[in-house]
Design a protein around this ligand. Structure first.
Ligand code: SF4
Length: 472
């Protein structure tokens, strides 16, 4: 019987089994940013340790960087201090820092693939939960904590358990107006936020086969929201076409050798899995979250569920969500007035995400409703540059969106982009936890970028297929 990609990559990178039962796993690529790395470097200094493989570590700044202007010094002293520390640490340890000055700065999970650093068959880690994004290339990509960042800096290895593997197959056709974001929200809705605990998710089937790399990244990005430690798609011609000629992609003969290796890492047709889930693309509708976890979602056309529909054990959380969000069981989310619209983040801050929105803004000529604060925040400087080159920045600003500098922005709001009070935000990001967008009482509705745009131009949650006349 054959094996799956997860097991193949894991076994190739396992240095040894530890007494704890965990494995010491070699990390091919380590990405760092300004928030989770300063303490790790401080711990290295305390213990007199160095970074033996600085060429395998890359740094950027994303969480705290303001998106109004990247001019230094930042108004926020703490943010400025974090950046100064990152600069010093990178200089001291010989780590390449993709600073705003290089034109290559951006959200860590956007720039890795952009530069061709993220490659199939690799082990990748970063002190950020959404490192799972990189699994779109057929890599094992793990979000890690600060002490693990220290461990990887000092040893280029990580101690971890071997996961079970669940294959999630989505076959058939997606209907017009249904996007990668809807697919992953649907998967999480079906399997729950704890459903993936102890698993790596392998996304497979006709829908993922047809997806572009950017769509695959959107799905893998949110594996972690379904409880999975990582998620991946097997590499194929789409993966190789995306990677070819990128700065860090192998060149010449090395490219041919790399393709042979990457092909060999794919899951075998007779691979064994710990679990298999099969879903139909036709069953998926544009999804919107209504609660305080990414699993608390509904098709935009549906009524909000009654707490009584859920298992007894889940009802307390359902009631808590309704109380926090201020919605009524059985009501429809469509028509609910919004205050803020945010398009960006490592889930949906890539060129194709914005391009799809631009298509509908141009076609419809619709404008952001008065009273709605609408932000477009590119995931990287390169994405921003491409948008400007295509003239899309103007489409956004003409429609009433603010077109910002690259960064995490309102996804986590560790920068000036925050919700105020109980504002309700239609957001293309990945987490709708209480207070996630910077206000302790702020409320987040997760949805696809096109659905965010539909909400922005309607002033309320709306079915993008109706707003933009997308033929169903
Ligand atoms: S965009 Fe959000 S989820 Fe992604 S790295 Fe930034 S803060 Fe984390």
């Amino acid at each position: 019987m054959g094996d799956n990609l997860y097991n193949k990559v894991f076994d190739k990178h396992a240095v040894r089994k530890l007494d704890s039962g965990q494995y010491q796993l070699l990390m091919g690529l380590h990405l760092i940013h300004e928030v989770t790395s300063p303490q790790a470097f401080a711990m290295l200094r305390e213990r007199g340790l160095g970074v033996p493989f600085p060429e395998r570590t890359f740094a950027t700044c994303d969480h705290i960087i303001p998106t109004h202007s990247q001019l230094r010094p930042f108004r926020d002293d703490l943010a400025e201090q974090m950046l100064v520390e990152l600069e010093k640490n990178c200089a001291d340890y010989g780590i390449r820092y993709l600073s705003p000055k290089t034109g290559e700065q951006g959200i860590v999970h956007v720039i890795g693939p952009e530069l061709g650093l993220t490659q199939p068959g690799m082990t990748i880690c970063c002190g950020d939960s959404h490192t799972s994004t990189h699994g779109a290339f057929g890599a094992i990509a793990l979000g890690i904590g600060t002490t693990q960042v220290r461990d990887v800096l000092a040893t280029q290895t990580l101690a971890m358990e071997k996961l079970k593997v669940r294959r999630i197959e989505v076959n058939g056709q997606l209907r017009p107006g249904v996007y990668a974001k809807d697919v992953v929200l649907y998967v999480i809705h079906k399997l729950g936020v704890q459903g993936g605990v102890g698993y790596a998710y392998e996304f497979a089937g006709e829908v993922f086969d047809r997806f572009s790399m950017e769509e695959r990244m959107t799905v893998c990005n949110m594996s972690i929201e379904g409880g999975a430690r990582c998620g991946y798609v097997n590499p194929d011609a789409t993966t190789y076409a995306y990677l070819r000629d990128r700065e860090y992609a192998p060149k010449g003969k090395a490219w041919e050798r790399a393709i042979a290796y990457w092909d060999s890492m794919r899951s075998d047709p007779d691979a064994r899995y710990d679990d298999v889930v099969k879903l139909r693309g036709e069953d998926i509708e544009p999804m919107v979250t209504w609660g305080i976890t990414p699993a608390q979602s509904t098709p935009v056309t549906a009524q909000l569920p009654a707490a009584s529909q859920f298992a007894q054990d889940d009802r307390a959380l359902i009631e808590e969500a309704y109380q926090y969000m201020g919605f009524t069981q059985g009501a429809k989310l469509a028509g609910q007035k919004i205050d803020v619209a945010f398009i960006g983040s490592c889930t949906n801050g890539r060129f194709s995400d914005f391009e799809e929105v631009v298509r509908y803004l141009k076609q419809s000529g619709k404008k952001v409703q008065p009273g709605v604060r609408a932000l477009v925040v590119p995931g990287s400087q390169k994405v921003r540059e491409r948008l400007i080159k295509a003239g899309y920045d103007k489409v956004f600003t003409d429609a009433g969106f603010e077109f910002r500098e690259a960064g995490c922005s309102m996804c986590l709001a560790m920068n000036p982009d925050k919700l105020v009070g109980r504002e309700l935000c239609a957001s293309s990001s990945n987490r709708n936890f209480k207070g996630r967008q910077g206000s302790p009482t702020g409320r987040t509705l997760l949805m696809s970028p096109v659905m965010v745009a539909a909400a922005a131009v309607s002033g309320s949650v709306a079915d993008a297929r109706d707003v933009f006349s997308i033929q169903n």
